[in-house]
Write a protein that binds this ligand. Structure first.
Ligand SMILES: [Mg+2]
Length: 124
């Protein structure tokens, strides 16, 4: 059975690129959702949980760090994997995101190969 996936990024172009890269990675996807910021993502999660979220850090309204904390408070999302996807690459931020509940971190620009590697790490 494939994954239910949510892509959260304020750039519609970046959401398309991420979607394309996920499809190229060979990971089986059953359903995809998109959200433009943390608030939209939480609204969609209230209607149904997902197996994996790919989450940008910087977004207007509610960014990735706050979203991760809120998702980790939702019992329905206790098994949801969260992978951050961001141009921000400071080790401090990466460590903070992992400490607050993210399962992985991918820096932009990414290659299909390193994207696939992270997805595989998180789906196994
Ligand atoms: Mg952004």
């Amino acid at each position: 059975m494939g994954l239910a996936l949510m892509i959260v990024d304020d750039s519609a172009t970046m959401r398309k690129i991420i979607m394309k890269t996920v499809r190229m990675s060979g990971v089986e996807i059953e359903r995809t959702e998109e959200a433009g910021n943390g608030i939209e993502a939480l609204e969609k999660l209230n209607q149904g949980t997902v197996d994996m979220m790919l989450v940008d850090v910087n977004m207007p309204g509610m960014g990735g760090p706050e979203l991760v904390k809120k998702v980790r408070e939702l019992p329905s999302c206790s098994n949801t994997k969260i992978i951050m996807v961001s141009t921000e690459s400071s080790q401090e931020l990466i460590d903070n995101m992992l400490a607050s509940g993210a399962n992985g971190y991918i820096t932009k620009p990414f290659t299909p190969e390193n994207f696939q590697k992270k997805l595989m790490q998180c789906t196994n």
